[in-house]
Design a protein around this ligand. Structure first.
Ligand code: ADP
Ligand code: ADP
Ligand code: MG
Length: 501
């Protein structure tokens, strides 16, 4: 096993990785950019190195500097987390060249899976269905021809995308021309994109796999990640609700077959979209630890970071498929610093922060009261995970935890999560990837927000009136609690009044 690991990441995922390293008696090195000075991962690690960002962009993306720090401080391995350089074959290769183990698949695997078009080709050659689509697009005329073949609406995707970034639906020739005009402005040439048939409605299902690099591939079940906004996951659950057993078997088999075909090593996630007839179409492989990995840990009892470390250090996978047992169900809500209505980032300082706890509840976070939230990094504040005997039980716990979760100073997605968790269609597989953006969920949220706001103003006004009556003679200038011309919303731990909205 490794002696000292550099964690090339920040936030909740860096803290989560350090936690497992500590359990295994491995020393850790944190890296941080200046604004992250004093943040949780820096405090948790045995050593911390500040990244010099002068003129170099983001330190967390600076391969030379990260490898330099790792070598200098004697790290024998680097864990990249998710996002940043986690899928970058050049980073993996620079680590290996410096004699440092990259905790993830080898550079050649990263290079082949990070290209969605070539990865789809490998899947097809193994008999795994993929979404009909093009190779990299070289110009508008070609794009229009393919769009006419496949039909509008069509999906434009970056060949090396991630986190839902850059994906867009295009409805007609006019929109296609507009998009192509805009491409140079965002600094991406047209060859960086491909087109895909837009399947609607779809659910997103994925399989967690682990491979030892010597032919052994196991799965740790599937995850349903249909609840998204802007093609990025908001709520994930496992097992997938109301999926026919035969479909589930087929899904798991596709994933294992693909990982074998790729001679994959370490853990990885195989993502699919599923149409209403339970046909699966492979979309991509995420060759790393996934944001939503805790729900798999909750039902399998396997620490996925530990598994990554054991595979990378050459210990392999001691578990056989028959020894993987699932118990119960788990749901994760991504608590983002976002306005729940327009889903735009919410920045500012967290003035109050109370996180839920209790049986079956796990919170992964690196922020606390006083933390400043900027738009510089991704908006994830916390991952709230609830376990239950079944999905219904997990949902009940989640709703209670969401009620207890109390944040002030910035807006969060908590009110949105409550509405989705209360939607009866959620556990019946009745929602699709566009339900949050286009369905009635948004309308419900808007209605709730305005009702709660109106109510809180009424309550505020009533309290103010009573207090004024009581205090009128003693304090003639008392103006109740109407600061800044707006009543301060009353709030309770039951979350009935959302200050954060
Ligand atoms: P997961 O599939 O693990 O849920 P996401 O697709 O939500 O992962 O991505 C996780 C995070 O990693 C995102 O919030 C985003 O910040 C970051 N990320 C992933 N891929 C990329 C990429 N290619 N470019 C930039 N950021 C990325
Ligand atoms: P990323 O690498 O950015 O995560 P993905 O290929 O995984 O990109 O797609 C992200 C999301 O976009 C999927 O989870 C799904 O909601 C949607 N999506 C992807 N491909 C299709 C498709 N062909 N039809 C409909 N929706 C799709
Ligand atoms: Mg994806």
């Amino acid at each position: 096993m490794f002696k000292r690991i550099l964690v090339a990441n920040r936030g909740e995922i860096a803290a989560r990785i350090i936690r497992t390293c500590r359990l295994l008696g491995i020393e850790t090195i944190a890296v941080y950019s200046e604004p992250d000075n004093g943040s949780l991962h820096v405090r948790m690690a045995d050593k911390a190195a500040r990244l010099n960002t002068a003129g170099k962009g983001d330190g967390y993306l600076d391969i030379d500097q990260l490898v330099g720090v790792a070598s200098k401080l004697g790290a024998d391995a680097v864990h990249p987390g998710y996002g940043f350089l986690s899928e970058d074959w050049k980073f993996a290769s620079a680590c290996e060249r410096a004699g440092i183990r990259f905790i993830g698949p080898p550079p050649r695997t990263l290079a082949s899976v990070s290209n969605k078009v070539s990865c789809k080709g490998i899947a097809q050659s193994r008999g795994i269905p993929t979404v009909e689509g093009s190779g990299p697009i070289t110009g508008l005329r070609q794009a229009l021809r393919i769009a006419h073949e496949l039909g509008y609406p069509i999906l434009l995707k970056p060949v090396r995308g991630g986190g839902g970034r850059g994906i867009r639906t295009i409805n007609d020739d006019g929109e296609m021309s507009e998009v192509f005009k805009a491409l140079p402005r965002v600094g991406i040439g047209p060859s960086g994109f491909f087109l895909e048939r837009y399947i609607s409605p779809v659910r997103h299902l994925e399989v967690q796999t682990a491979s030892d690099g010597h032919g052994k591939v196991i799965h740790l079940g599937e995850r349903e990640c249909t609840i998204q906004r802007r093609y990025q996951k908001l709520i994930e659950m496992t097992p997938a609700p109301l999926l026919r057993e035969a479909s589930r078997e087929r899904l798991l088999d596709y994933a294992i077959r693909l990982m074998k075909g790729l001679s994959y090593e370490n853990i990885g996630t195989v993502e699919f979209v599923m149409d209403t007839d339970e046909n699966f179409y492979f979309t991509e492989v995420n060759p790393r630890l996934q944001v939503e990995h805790p729900i798999t840990e909750a039902i399998s009892g396997v620490d996925l970071v530990e598994l990554q470390l054991r595979i990378a250090s050459g210990e392999g996978i001691v578990l056989d498929q028959e020894e993987v047992h699932f118990k119960g169900a788990a749901i994760e809500c991504r608590i983002n610093a976002e306005d729940p209505v327009d889903l735009l980032p919410s920045i500012g300082r967290i003035t109050e922060w109370h996180i839920p706890t209790g049986m079956g509840i796990r919170v992964e976070t690196a922020v606390s009261r006083g933390s400043s939230i900027t738009s510089h990094y991704d908006p994830l504040l916390a991952k709230l995970v609830a376990w239950g005997e079944n999905l219904k039980g997990a949902r009940t716990r989640m709703l209670q935890a969401l009620d207890e979760f109390y944040v002030r100073g910035i807006k969060t997605t908590i009110p949105l999560h409550k509405i989705i968790l209360n939607d009866r269609r959620l556990l019946r597989g009745g929602l699709n990837t566009m339900s949050v953006e286009n369905g009635d969920i948004r309308q419900k949220l808007v209605d709730t927000v305005f009702r709660e706001r109106a109510l809180s103003v009424q309550v505020g006004a009533a309290i103010a009136a009573t207090m004024m009556e009581m205090d009128l003679r003693a304090k003639p200038n008392y103006t109740g609690n109407e600061h800044n011309g707006r009543a301060e919303p009353a709030h309770s731990m039951s979350g009935r009044f959302y200050e954060a909205i």
